[in-house]
Design a protein around this ligand. Structure first.
Ligand SMILES: O=c1ccn([C@@H]2O[C@H](COP(=O)(O)OP(=O)(O)O[C@H]3O[C@@H](CO)[C@H](O)[C@H]3O)[C@@H](O)[C@H]2O)c(=O)[nH]1
Ligand SMILES: [Mn+2]
Length: 357
C-alpha cells in the first residue's frame, strides 16, 4: 500500500501499541480532515466512525485509514427498536461505536481535537499515553501525593501502605484539553476568551468515593472491564437536555468502578481542542442539567450497589432501577433514561454475547 503523504513530519508509528486490541471511535457531523494531523499516531489503528445527523450526507475519510462507518440508517438496521437508546443529533451517538466494537480497548476523540504540543514543543501522542494509563494500575484507595506512582521517575511516597501498592486494574483514562477547555455554557459566556494554556504534567487516580465530570472529547477505556457502563445518556433530538451524555456515563462508570474495585485516571494526555461550540446553543442544551445535577450528584454519591451485582451489566441494571425510583420525580425524562439504560444493556448483550468461560 502506498503510504499517503505524512503532513506533520512525524514518522509513522509502526510499532503501534495494542494496534489489534484497540478501536478509535469518532462521532462526526463534519469532516475528518483532523485525522491528517493524527495520521502518524493513529493510522495503524482501526477507526469506528459514527456519522450523526443526515445519513444521506457522505463523510469523506482520509486515504490510508482502516475504518467502519455507521450512520443513523445503519444504527436503526442493526439495533431495530433498540436503536431508541442511541441519541440522534448529539455527540452521545458515539457510544454506538463502543457497542459494535469487538476490541478490548476504546479511544474516543472529537473531530475538532488536534495533536497538542507539550512544553518542550514535542507533539503529544495522546493514544500512547492513554494506553500507558490503561496498562498501569490505579491507586483509588489511598492518594499518592506524588501522583502516578507507576510512572518513570516517581513512586509511592513514605507512609503509603505497602498492602495497597499493587493497585487495581485501570478501567478509564480521562485526558484533558489545551486551548478550548470543556467549560459549561455559563462559564463560556462569562469567559469567552479564556484559553487553557496550562500543561500539567501529571496523571492521577480519582479516589474511590469521588465522582468527576467525565468529558468524552479525549477519553479511553478498557471495554472488557467497563464497556457496558459507558452508555452516553439520551441527548439531542427530542430530549430536554444536551451535553450531559458523557457526564451521565462518567457518574455511572465511577460508581460501578468503585463498587467493582476498578480505577479511573485523569490528567495526561492533552489534546488541542480547536473549536468552541456556541455558548448560547450550549446554554439551551445544558440549562436543565445545570440545576438537575444538584439532585443527580447526591443521588450518585449515595448510590449503593448490592454485593450480588458482580458484573458491569448487573451493576448497571441496578443503577437504572435506582434512577427510575429516585430521579423520575425530578422529571419524566429520568423515567425514559432509566428505560434507555436497560435497552442499552439489552442491545450490548445482543451484540456482545458472553463468551463461554
Ligand atoms: O449533533 C452533533 C454535534 C456534534 N457531533 C460531533 O461530536 C463531537 C463534539 O462536537 P463539538 O466539538 O461541536 O462540541 P463540543 O461542545 O466541543 O463537544 C464536547 O462537549 C461535550 C458535548 O456533549 C462533549 O463531551 C464534547 O464532545 C464532534 O466530533 C462533532 O462532529 C455529533 O456527532 N453530533
Ligand atoms: Mn469541540
Amino acid at each position: 500500500m502506498v503510504e499517503p503523504a505524512n503532513t506533520v513530519g512525524i514518522p509513522l508509528n509502526h510499532a503501534a501499541l495494542l494496534r489489534d486490541e484497540l478501536d478509535i471511535v469518532i462521532p462526526t457531523i463534519r469532516n475528518l480532515d483532523f485525522l491528517e494531523m493524527w495520521r502518524p499516531f493513529l493510522q495503524p489503528y482501526h477507526l469506528i466512525i459514527v456519522q450523526d445527523g443526515d445519513p444521506s450526507k457522505t463523510i469523506a475519510v482520509p486515504e490510508g485509514f482502516d475504518y467502519e462507518l455507521y450512520n443513523r440508517n445503519d444504527i436503526n438496521r442493526i439495533l431495530g427498536p433498540k436503536a431508541s437508546c442511541i441519541s440522534f443529533k448529539d455527540s452521545a451517538c458515539r457510544c454506538f461505536g463502543y457497542m459494535v466494537s469487538k476490541k478490548k480497548y476504546i479511544f474516543t476523540i472529537d473531530d475538532d481535537c488536534f495533536v497538542a504540543k507539550d512544553p518542550s514543543g514535542k507533539a503529544v501522542n495522546a493514544l500512547e499515553q492513554h494506553i500507558k494509563n490503561l496498562l498501569c494500575p490505579s491507586s483509588p484507595l489511598f492518594f499518592n501525593t506524588l501522583y502516578d506512582p507507576y510512572r518513570e521517575g516517581a513512586d509511592f511516597v513514605r507512609g503509603y501502605p505497602f498492602s495497597l501498592r499493587e493497585g487495581v486494574s485501570t478501567a478509564v483514562s480521562h485526558g484533558l484539553w489545551l486551548n478550548i477547555p470543556d467549560y459549561d455554557a455559563p462559564t463560556q459566556l462569562v469567559k469567552p476568551k479564556e484559553r487553557n494554556t496550562r500543561y500539567v504534567d501529571a496523571v492521577m487516580t480519582i479516589p474511590k468515593g469521588t465522582l468527576f465530570p467525565m468529558c468524552g472529547m479525549n477519553l479511553a477505556f478498557d471495554r472488557e472491564l467497563i464497556g457496558p457502563a459507558m452508555y452516553f445518556g439520551l441527548m439531542g433530538d427530542g430530549q430536554p437536555i444536551g451535553r450531559y451524555d458523557d457526564m451521565w456515563a462518567g457518574w455511572c462508570v465511577k460508581v460501578i468502578c468503585d463498587h467493582l474495585g476498578l480505577g479511573v485516571k485523569t490528567g495526561l494526555p492533552y489534546i488541542y481542542h480547536s473549536k468552541a461550540s456556541n455558548p448560547f446553543v450550549n446554554l439551551k442544551k445544558e440549562y436543565k442539567g445545570i440545576f438537575w445535577q444538584e439532585d443527580i450528584i447526591p443521588f450518585f454519591q449515595s448510590a449503593k450497589l448490592s454485593k450480588e451485582a458482580v458484573t458491569v451489566q448487573q451493576c448497571y441494571i441496578e443503577l437504572s432501577k435506582m434512577v427510575k425510583e429516585k430521579l423520575s420525580a425530578i422529571d419524566p425524562y429520568f423515567d425514559k433514561l432509566a428505560d434507555a439504560m436497560v435497552t442499552w444493556i439489552e442491545a450490548w448483550d445482543e451484540l456482545n454475547p458472553a463468551t463461554k468461560a
